[in-house]
Design a protein around this ligand. Structure first.
Ligand code: GUN
Ligand code: ZN
Length: 432
C-alpha cells in the first residue's frame, strides 16, 4: 500500500547558488511514497483526491525534506569524536590512528558500524560517504550495516603505505588488490557504492597513488575520495614529501586521481592553479565546517559553489557533531567569517542536493521529486522551547526554518524514511 505524507514540503527546482529562488516549498503539501520511491508530489488536497486509498501520515506543519546526505565521514572515528587537542597531524597520531587500529577486530568494526549508522539516522542523515580503515573487514562492516538498514551508502578502504604506524599500513600491491576485491564485492549491490580511497598524499607513496589511479581507470564509474589542503602545516609537509609536484592537487593529478568523480574533503587553502584545475576537471569538494573550526584548519571559500559541485559534511570524528543541522549552522558561521551570508535555502540545499551532486547521485537522492528514492526526514520546526519562541514571529518558511538550522539537533527529527519505509527513530543506548 502507498503512503501519503502530509506537511510542509521542501523541494528544489535548481541550485540556489546560481538560481536564488530555486526552492519550491509547498505549505500544505504531500508526498506519495510507493515501492521505495516518490510517486507523486503536490498540494495535499490534490494528492488526497488522487490517491484516496493511500495510508495517510499527517505531519501538520512539520517540514518534509529529502534526508540529509553527509558527504565525508570516517565512521571508524565514531568513538573518538570530540577528543581534545592540538592540530591535524597530532590529532591523527594521538586519537585517530590508535582507534583505527582497533578495527583489525571485525567484531569491533561491526559494533561501531551499527552504532554509527543508528546515530546518524536519528539525526535525519540517510546517506553517508565514509572512509573505512585499512582493514578490508571494516569495509564489510559498514556496507553490511547499511544494507541491513536499506541505506544508500558510499564507502571505501582507506589506503596508507607510509607515515602511519605499524599495523595501519598496507602496500601498493595490497591496497590495489584489496580495494579491487572489495569493489567487486560491494559496488552496485543494493544501494551500496564503493569509493576508491587513498587517505591523503602524506600517507601514500606516489606508487600507491598511481596504483589507485590505475584501479580508477579500470572502474571509471566509481568515485574516488581523498583529503586536499586542509591545514597549512599539512600542505608544507606535502611539499616536502613531493618536491617535484607543483602543489598539493598535483600529487593526485600526476597519478590519475583528478577528474569528474574525484571528491576532495576540506580544500581550504587552494592556490589559483588548484582552483582553476578543480573547476576545469569537474571535481567535487566537500565542506566540513565543524571539523575545520574544531581542528583549527581554516575557512572554506563557499564562492566555489558557483562553479563546482560542493557538498556538506560532518567529517566525523574530526567534526564535532553527527548532526547535519549543527553542520549547516557551522557552515553559516564559517561563511559569515568570510563575509559571505548563506541563505537558509542554500544551507539546506548543501545538506541534501549539494551533497548528492558532490557524490554524483543527484538523480537518485537529495530532493523530493517523482522517481527519486524515498529517503526523507520529517522535521519539527518547534522542537525546543528556545526554537519555538524564536519562530513565533516568522512570516515565511525561511524565517521558520532558520532557528532550527542554528539551534536544532536530534530533537528536531520527528521521523526518518529510508527507501520508502519509516524507521523507528531510536538513539543508540548509552552503555552502562
Ligand atoms: N586528513 C587525513 N586523514 C584525516 C582524517 O581522518 N580526518 C581529517 N579531518 N583530516 C584528515
Ligand atoms: Zn576526513
Amino acid at each position: 500500500m502507498a503512503d501519503l505524507l502530509l506537511g510542509q514540503v521542501l523541494r528544489y527546482a535548481g541550485d540556489p547558488f546560481t538560481t536564488p529562488d530555486a526552492a519550491r516549498p509547498i505549505t500544505h503539501g504531500a508526498v506519495l511514497v510507493d515501492a521505495g520511491r516518490i510517486a507523486d508530489v503536490g498540494e495535499a488536497d490534490d494528492l488526497r483526491a488522487r490517491h484516496p486509498r493511500a495510508r495517510v501520515h499527517d505531519h501538520g506543519s512539520r517540514l518534509i525534506s529529502a534526508g540529509f546526505i553527509d558527504a565525508h565521514v570516517h565512521y571508524p572515528q565514531t568513538a573518538i569524536i570530540a577528543s581534545w587537542g592540538k592540530r591535524l597531524i597530532d590529532w591523527l597520531n594521538s586519537y585517530t590512528f590508535p582507534e583505527e587500529m582497533r578495527f583489525a577486530d571485525p567484531a569491533y568494526a561491526n559494533d561501531i558500524a551499527d552504532r554509527y549508522l543508528d546515530l546518524v539516522l536519528a539525526r535525519g542523515t540517510t546517506t553517508v560517504c565514509s572512509y573505512a580503515t585499512i582493514h578490508p573487514t571494516s569495509v564489510d562492516a559498514i556496507f553490511a550495516a547499511a544494507r541491513a538498514r536499506g541505506m544508500r551508502v558510499f564507502a571505501g578502504k582507506t589506503c596508507m603505505d607510509r607515515n602511519a604506524p605499524e599495523g595501519l599500513r598496507d602496500t601498493t600491491q595490497s591496497a590495489y588488490d584489496d580495494s579491487k576485491r572489495l569493489l567487486q564485492k560491494w559496488h552496485g549491490l543494493d544501494r551500496l557504492s564503493y569509493v576508491i580511497t587513498p587517505r591523503f598524499s602524506p600517507t601514500s607513496t606516489p606508487e600507491q597513488l598511481a596504483a589507485l589511479g590505475a584501479l580508477w581507470r579500470e572502474y571509471p564509474d566509481c568515485l574516488m575520495q581523498t583529503h586536499l589542503s586542509e591545514q597549512t602545516d599539512e600542505i608544507a609537509w606535502v611539499h616536502d614529501l613531493f618536491p617535484q609536484s607543483r602543489d598539493y592537487l598535483d600529487t593526485y593529478e600526476a597519478q590519475g586521481l583528478l577528474r569528474e568523480g574525484a571528491v576532495y574533503g576540506h580544500a581550504i587553502h587552494l592556490t589559483e592553479r588548484e582552483r582553476a584545475r578543480l573547476i576545469e576537471a569537474g571535481a567535487s569538494l566537500v565542506h566540513c565546517p565543524t571539523s575545520n573550526t574544531f581542528i583549527g584548519s581554516g575557512l572554506f571559500d563557499m564562492s566555489l559553489a558557483q562553479s563546482l559541485r560542493v557538498g556538506l559534511a560532518t567529517d566525523t570524528g574530526g567534526g564535532s557533531n553527527f548532526s547535519m543541522l549543527r553542520t549547516m549552522a557551522a557552515a553559516y558561521e564559517v561563511a559569515q567569517l568570510r563575509g559571505q551570508s548563506l541563505h537558509p535555502s542554500q544551507l539546506w540545499w548543501l545538506a541534501t542536493q549539494g551533497s548528492a551532486r558532490a557524490l554524483h547521485a543527484e538523480g537518485k537522492i537529495g530532493n523530493i521529486a517523482v522517481g527519486m528514492e524515498a529517503d526523507l526526514v520529517v522535521i519539527d520546526l518547534a522542537s525546543t522551547p528556545a526554537i519555538e519562541q524564536a519562530t513565533r514571529r516568522a512570516t515565511d518558511l525561511w524565517q521558520a526554518v532558520f532557528p532550527t538550522i542554528m539551534m536544532g539537533d536530534d530533537r528536531a527529527v520527528a521521523e526518518v524514511w529510508v527507501g520508502g519505509r519509516p524507521l523507528p527513530v531510536t538513539q543508540p543506548r548509552a552503555e552502562v
